[in-house]
Design a protein around this ligand. Structure first.
Ligand code: SAM
Length: 483
């Protein structure tokens, strides 16, 4: 007897396609989805699978449009809402993500995934208490939501409850299975609270569990370096480099430990990554290190002949403005408007909150200076030049952008000889283990004069305290030669 095999319905085809997508076989999923579409092009499973394919193809707009259309006919479908929340979250539309996740929670109040998404989006929007409540509910129902656990720890840390953040991560690690995201979050938390011994111990556990990735080894390197264990730090960076040879952050730290040749400046990716992670606690941490460069700059600027004569000085360009500490320090002087530029979006977001800058721009200092047409009466750079080894490009950029009698006020870290009296690095500058560059005074003076600038004022200063010792530097005021 001839058996006619039943033609699968659209839903079955979509489920098979989804299974192929789950196992990383998009090529096998495509024809099934095309067949399903000819049978019924309205079912949510089809839309969800097609959106996944579109995202794999980088067709973001197409994915969003498809979700928008599907949600018009199916506005309460929790799966579609969660999917659009993810896409919106991915493009930084936190508000849209929170709205969709909230609709998904309304549609399915017991859905832990939806609550986790809502909590994560609320955290990005700065609603920390609400985010914590949401994510705690989600984790109570589904303790293995790793991303949610990691975000809850961040939220608790942002709320100042570091012990609770630590408990959330430790609890996740104890539940297993071993997860590198949780290990890295726990190590990072311990680095931030300066428990370097615990950070090393956790990195070793991750290695023993066979899940350590490049980030784990780089964090291990940082912890060992902070404990003064240079050899262990070098080993850890070697492992990190093996796993991620092209990672700019790791390459820069490896160079800082003498393992690869030094770059002429800190790579943009390194700066962005390091300061994005630091932004939330930057102001409090710098205050604890006795960081006073912004107020020292304010003292210098207060003596500017125009200001001393009771006149306004005009616009200020703050290079590497970070969280805006310089604009705060200069706030009482007749200056402005302020323009701040920085590579780190999170540092810029903190500066934005202070509402002291008319313009904030995410840009690289050297590139920005080379394309500007403005001539500034005052440019400042507090604790920023230490992210450049070679200073020639920077000084030429400054020379281009300073008004004829303009001032550039900036700090540098002094390059000191080692215990044997030898200058590290190339004799002009060296990349130190913390990832910053220090310079000899003679080199800085040469770069200044080569760029047709001259020194108007030169003061020795302490940049900050580090490991119980002062970090020595200079606070320089320079101006065009013709002035
Ligand atoms: C130590 S923080 C100092 C922030 C601020 N000037 C202050 O005194 O508080 C250094 C800042 O310079 C920024 N930065 C470093 N290199 C940069 C570059 N090439 N272009 C733009 N910003 C840079 C970092 O992102 C960071 O915000």
């Amino acid at each position: 007897m001839n058996m006619i095999s039943p033609v699968p319905d659209a839903e079955t085809l979509c489920r098979q396609a989804t299974a192929f997508l789950d196992t990383g076989r998009p090529g096998a999923a495509r024809p099934l989805l095309a067949a399903a579409r000819t049978l019924d092009d309205t079912i949510p499973t089809l839309v969800l699978a097609e959106v996944r394919l579109a995202l794999l193809d980088g067709a973001l707009i197409q994915a969003i449009e498809q979700l928008d259309r599907a949600l018009i006919t199916n506005p309460s479908h929790a799966g579609l809402r969660k999917c659009r929340a993810d896409v919106r979250y991915g493009i930084g539309d936190w508000e849209g993500a929170a709205r969709d996740a909230a609709e998904a929670v309304v549609a399915q109040p017991s859905d832990a995934d939806a609550k986790a998404r809502l909590g994560t989006a609320l955290l990005e929007l700065g609603y920390i208490k609400e985010a914590i409540a949401c994510m705690q509910e989600a984790l109570a129902a589904a303790p293995n939501l790793v991303g949610c656990r990691e975000a809850l720890a961040r939220a608790l840390e942002a709320a100042g409850d570091i012990e609770a953040a630590d408990r959330v991560l430790t609890d996740g690690l104890a539940r297993g299975p071993a997860n590198v995201t949780l290990f890295n979050a726990a190590i990072m938390l311990n680095l931030r609270r300066r428990d370097f011994v615990q950070a090393v111990a956790q990195a070793e556990q991750a290695v023993l569990a066979g899940i350590a990735d490049a980030t784990t080894f780089a964090l291990r390197g940082h912890a060992s370096c902070s404990l003064g264990q240079h050899d262990q730090a070098v080993q850890a960076y070697q492992e990190a480099l093996k796993l991620a040879p092209e990672d700019q952050h790791i390459r820069h730290l490896a160079a800082a430990h003498g393992m690869t040749s030094e770059g002429r400046r800190a790579p943009a990716d390194y700066v962005r990554h390091a300061f994005d992670a630091y932004a939330g606690r930057f102001d409090a941490h710098l205050a604890s290190l006795g960081y006073a460069i912004p107020s020292l700059i304010a003292d210098v600027v207060a003596r500017h002949p125009k200001i001393a004569g009771g006149n306004a000085l005009g616009p200020v360009l703050d290079l590497g403005c970070g969280t805006g500490l310089v604009a705060m320090a200069l706030g009482d002087l007749p200056l402005g408007p302020f323009t701040g530029i920085d590579l780190s979006p999170n540092m810029l977001a903190e500066a934005e909150r202070k509402r002291l800058y008319a313009t904030l721009r995410e840009a690289d200092i050297i590139e920005d200076l080379s394309t500007q047409s403005s001539q500034w009466p005052l440019i400042v750079a507090a604790d920023v030049v230490c992210y450049f080894g070679d200073l020639k490009g920077l000084m030429h950029g400054i020379s281009r952008c300073l008004a004829p009698e303009g001032w550039f006020v900036f700090s540098i870290e002094t390059l000191l000889p080692d215990r044997d009296g030898v200058l590290p690095g190339n004799g002009d500058w060296a990349l130190l283990r913390q990832g910053r560059y220090a310079h000899t005074h003679d080199y800085v003076y040469d770069c200044i004069s080569e760029a047709d600038l001259r020194i108007a004022q030169n003061d020795r200063c302490v940049i900050r305290r580090e490991a119980g010792a002062d970090v020595p530097g200079l606070l320089l005021t320079i101006t065009p030669v013709a002035a």
